[in-house]
Design a protein around this ligand. Structure first.
Ligand code: SF4
Length: 556
């Protein structure tokens, strides 16, 4: 395998000074690993761990796993050790990773915006039931996430997934992670362009490709031609967003440098027009820049957004065109986007006269039986299939008009509501302390309880207010782009440190596109969360000019 550190070189024309204190950018000659993560990737390409899982670890059991694989390269196969039960959030920062490791794994299955057949859904459900103690969460990256996976079962799980065209390859790690696509690609009446061929081509060419398996850090992709911005392009490293050139017709604009975590940044629009059959090349150019110029010295600066922020989007475009594409991109004005919410909840007519139904569980939490039954419903109703959304929801597509009402009722019976309350619809939660080793507080159950309580207290709320519950500063459930964003931390209460949240207010993407304000004085205990949200929503309702003034506008 080629060692890219020694083949990546700076073309003559690029005027990028080599800083005295390097950031670990390969293209500027900083080829020596500068931290243990970089060293681990140099020691062995992480994709090689697949064979060790198949032929050694799954046969000999958990204790045979090399620690460098366990806590490093396993991620490239969508596997993390889960948090050992019973360790409270106060110990998260002080205990070493070994002490937090359980002997079981979290496994992430990427769907990459695929239309899932009845068989695929039943397979996902069966894996949950047979190997994951009935756990399954729909994540906000359109993945299915299991827990309680035993290493000895991984080969069988991979075989079952492969039989329905699914896998866990590069679902985590410093590589191109699961793609976000439009859940209504190819069927929505108001779609500008279908991004499916581009998604499939990128997957075919680059997932599992060793040339792009050693990136500075994770690399998140979104491709959608739907005007609701349903692929959350603002918070991905690279996004292809449907646009219409006045003469050339539908194509994709390129947005780069989005991401949240502790330094949130929204992606910047390049203002170009790329035809669908050239999206894969442009994607390779962007990931190539990230691989070669991305900062590797500090993990906290190793996302593409820092490079884009330092360079600016004009210079990024220049390097992309000159060094990676060898041609100029076509400039094009960006249209106005986000005419409606991009979660696709409810019943909507497709362009072929059939309907799609967007339905939500509560904060993405489902189980194996629900997935299996979802597959059965898809088959029984003759639907085309289902896709997951970037909002922890599911969309069933291709439903005949006369079968819609019955399917809505049957979906409701298994926990997927097509007519949820505004609270159930607009609340998301990350994994949290139940399974995540980085977590400080509980999230999923806390958010479920919050939704139940807010439905009681505000049953007729006329305006959606999004609440995103996160277990730590990493913002996997998008702390900074919710109306009420909650970042898990310990807070002081009556002299003691207890589970709680730092509050961020007024953020959003899509219709209202801004980073929420972190209000230092707004720290709330987990136990006091219901009352905090009640107080702030009561103030909003009393204070707003009318129902057209959104929560985020009121906060500003
Ligand atoms: Fe874990 Fe923190 Fe991400 Fe939640 S935000 S899943 S607690 S890393």
């Amino acid at each position: 395998m080629t060692d890219l550190r020694y083949t990546a070189s700076r073309p003559e024309h690029t005027e990028i000074p080599r800083p005295k204190r390097g950031e670990g950018q390969w293209a500027l000659g900083y080829s020596e690993p500068l931290n243990k993560n970089e060293q681990s990737k140099k020691d062995d390409n992480p994709l090689n761990v697949r064979d060790r899982i198949l032929y050694t670890y799954s046969k000999r059991g958990f204790d045979s796993i090399d620690p460098a694989d366990l806590r490093g390269r396993f991620r490239w196969m969508g596997l993390y050790t889960q948090r050992r039960p019973g360790i409270d959030g106060g110990k998260t920062a002080v205990l070493g990773e070994e002490q937090l490791d359980d002997r079981y794994f979290m496994m992430r299955v990427r769907s990459d915006g695929k239309l899932l057949s009845a068989d695929a859904l039943r397979t996902l459900g069966g894996i949950s039931t047979d190997f994951a103690r009935d756990t399954a969460d729909i994540t906000d990256r359109q993945n299915i996430q299991y827990h309680w996976i035993d290493i000895v079962d991984v080969p069988e799980i991979w075989d079952r997934l492969a039989a329905v065209g699914l896998d866990t390859l590069e679902a985590c790690g410093d590589c191109p992670r699961g793609f976000l696509g439009s859940p209504v690609a190819g069927v929505a009446k108001d779609e500008l362009i279908d991004g499916t061929p581009a998604l499939e081509e990128i997957r075919r060419r680059y997932i599992g490709n060793p040339d792009y398996a050693n990136l500075p850090r994770k690399f998140k992709t979104s491709i959608s031609g739907h005007p609701s911005l349903d692929g959350a392009p603002e918070i991905n490293d690279v996004s292809f967003v449907g646009t219409v050139h006045p003469e050339l017709g539908p194509g994709f604009d390129l947005w780069v440098g989005g991401g949240l975590s502790t330094n949130p940044m929204l992606a910047q629009r390049m203002g170009v027009w790329i035809p669908v059959d050239e999206v894969a090349d442009a994607w390779e150019g962007v990931i190539g820049i990230f691989r070669d110029y991305g900062y590797r010295r500090l993990r906290s600066r190793a996302r593409l957004k820092f490079l884009v922020a330092d360079w600016g989007v004009e210079k990024f475009r220049e390097v992309l065109e000159n060094e990676y594409l060898g041609k100029r991109l076509v400039s094009s004005p960006s249209p106005e986007y986000a005419t409606r919410n991009g979660d696709h909840i409810g019943v909507h007519e497709q362009k072929d006269g059939n309907f799609y139904i967007g339905a939500t569980p509560t904060v993405g939490r489902i189980n194996g039986a629900a997935l299996t039954e979802l597959g059965n419903l898809v088959e029984r109703y003759g639907a085309a299939g289902a896709r997951f959304t970037a909002y922890q929801k599911v969309v069933v597509l291709g439903v005949a008009p006369d079968r819609v009402d019955a399917l809505v009722a049957d979906l409701d019976a298994i926990g997927f509501s097509a007519r949820p309350s505004t609270w159930r619809r607009s609340t998301m939660a990350c994994t949290g302390i139940e399974f995540c080793k980085l977590a400080i507080v509980d999230t999923k159950q806390r958010a479920i309880d919050l939704v139940d309580e807010l439905e009681r207290r505000f049953p007729d709320l006329d305006t959606p207010i999004s609440v995103n519950v996160n277990g730590c500063p990493n913002a996997c459930a998008r702390t900074q782009i919710a109306d009420i964003g909650l970042k898990g931390q310990l807070v002081l209460h009556e002299g003691e440190q207890v589970e709680g949240f730092q509050v961020h207010l007024g953020g959003g993407i899509g219709l209202h596109n801004t980073i929420g304000k972190k209000l230092r004085a707004h720290k709330v205990t987990s136990a006091g969360l219901d009352d905090y949200v009640t107080a702030i929503v009561t103030n909003y309702l009393a204070d707003r000019s009318d129902a057209t003034e959104s929560f985020a506008q009121w906060v500003v």
